[in-house]
Structures are given as C-alpha cells and as structure tokens.
Design a protein around this ligand. Structure first.
Ligand SMILES: O=C(O)CCC(=O)C(=O)O
Length: 292
C-alpha cells in the first residue's frame, strides 16, 4: 500500500511568538507546525526546573502512572498497569538520576495543575479559548522512555516543551480509517487499534506498518501546534517537563459540532463539579503488567 512506503516530511518551524494572532492564522491552515523560541517570555521557562520544583513543591504527593492502553478481552480498550502515589521529591530525584529506575513512570494529566494551581500562571497560552471552563490543560513530566500511544484529540492542541526533548510522530486526518479508531469511552482522545498493547504500544513499533507524515524531535523552548484530527504518538527522549492547552474555535465547532457535542458537554459539567477536581488523581485501570 502506497502510504506504508511514504517517507515523513519535514515539519515546518517558525520563529514566530505563540500569541493570539499567530494561532488564529495557523488555525486556518490545518497543518501541524512548530513554534521555535515562542515561549521564552513565559515564567515557566525560567522557573520550572527540576531543582525548583523539588525545593518548592517536593512535599506534594503525586500520582505516577505506569499504564498502557490495551485491547480489552471483550472488545474495546482498557488501561493496564499501576499508579503509585509518591512525594514529588522522590519522583524528581529518580528523574534527575536518569538511570532507567523509573521505567517510564509518567506524571501525566491535570493532577499537578490541580494540586498546585499557581503553576497555571507561569504559562501564557494565547487567549483563544471560547471559555476557560470548556477547555483543558495538562502537565507532563517524565523520564526517558515515557510514552504516549497513538491517538487523536477532539480539540486543537498546543504542546509546549519547558525542559527536555520528545519525539513526535504525526499522521494526518486523511489516514483516520487506515489507523482504525478504537472503541473507547474518553472525553478527549480516540485511540488507534494498531497501537494498543500488547502488540502495539512500543516506541519502536510502526502502527499497522504505516509511516507518519511527520517524525521530529520537539526541543525545550519549542511548541507544537496539532490541528484537530491529527493522530500523534510521543516518546520522551530526555527527562522532560511540558504542558499543553486544548481548545475549540468557532469554525471547529461549526464543522464538527455534532461529533464534539458530547465531549464539550461532559467537560463543561465535570469542570463545574468541585469534587471532580479533588478526586481527579484517581484513574480507571486494571492492575497488571502494562507491557504484556
Ligand atoms: O507528551 C505526551 O506524552 C503526550 C502529548 C499529547 O498527547 C498531547 O499533548 O495531546
């Protein structure tokens, strides 16, 4: 099949600042893009070092994930592995040692931004969201080998690398059927059946033998813009800190409205329930070996 033989293209890189004007402009192009040097003015770029987080917030207890999306026995998708609560200090010590001891254990989700809401003020994402309450932001901190399986998000996405480096593989929406969207109940993400564990879900594996349209390394200080419907899988190459911002534009809601309605409504309700904020450290998963 022709798509399997295609080589990846070079991602476009722009030195433009990440602001409302540049984002509104690229939203129209629908191609992924990397902003280089567009977040140097963010407080997070100078503040969020591993040592600052350890000294300032080391006592905070955080959930670290060793989880993979698996093909469930009776169809659909389930998460398998374990989650451990540990002081941020212990996690950071292991992260900085960078000796493989964390085995890919990932601090990923909204947890740190919920536990330490003041961190939100250190990032300056552009004011493009329809409403703060309808959008979502995540925090990512992980060792070499932390890995996110192939999926696309039901939103526009800016992912900012504060420290470290990650390999990104992106597939365009034209490959959606080829990548086999899996049946999975999630507010935001659609997983690819091809990258489900135990056979998929390894960084070196090529899902379905299909080469990505873009395959590149995102460096500290860079931001990738992922348009709606672009599939992505992400491998951490060096101890990293990153944060992202999902949002919807009016044109996106007009175009994908019916498909997005459930996601928008669910998120609006969840962010209004304070208890959800407090309980969000919990995750649904099955205890087991994440890789087998
Ligand atoms: O960095 C990662 O591990 C995953 C990032 C991602 O999937 C996203 O920003 O949507």
């Amino acid at each position: 099949m022709e798509t399997k033989l295609q080589a990846s293209r070079a991602i476009q890189r722009r030195a433009t600042k990440v602001d409302e004007k540049s984002i509104r402009e690229i939203e129209r192009h629908r191609e992924p893009l990397v902003f280089t040097g567009g977040i140097e003015h963010w407080p997070a770029r100078s503040k969020w070092t591993f040592s600052w987080l350890r000294d300032r917030h080391g006592h905070v207890v955080v959930p670290v994930e060793w989880l993979r999306y698996h093909r469930a026995e009776h169809g659909g998708v389930e998460r398998v592995g374990k989650v451990e609560q540990m002081p941020l200090r212990d996690y950071l010590d292991a992260l900085v040692r960078d000796d493989g001891g964390l085995d890919g254990g990932y601090l990923i989700g909204r947890d740190l931004l919920v536990l330490l809401p003041e961190l939100r003020g250190d990032t300056l994402f552009p004011e493009v969201q329809l409403s703060e309450r309808l959008t979502e932001r995540l925090f990512f901190m992980g060792p070499r080998g932390a890995f996110t399986q192939l999926h696309f998000d039901r939103a526009l996405n800016l992912h900012a690398m504060i420290a470290g480096r990650k390999r990104w593989q992106l597939y365009g929406p034209d490959k959606s059927q080829l990548l086999r969207p899996a049946r999975y109940e999630s507010t935001w993400s659609v997983m690819s059946e091809y990258d489900l564990a135990p056979d998929g879900g390894q960084p070196e594996y090529v899902p379905g033998g299909i080469q990505p349209d873009y395959d590149f390394v995102l460096e500290a200080g860079e931001v990738v813009y992922v348009p709606y419907g672009w599939w992505h899988r992400v491998e951490t190459l060096a101890p990293s800190i990153a944060t992202n911002f999902w949002w919807w534009s009016w044109p996106l809601l007009v175009e994908h409205g019916p498909g997005l309605f459930g996601t928008v409504a669910k998120n609006a309700v969840l962010t209004r329930i304070k208890r959800y904020e407090r309980n969000n450290v919990g995750r649904r998963y099955r205890n087991g070996d994440m890789r087998s």
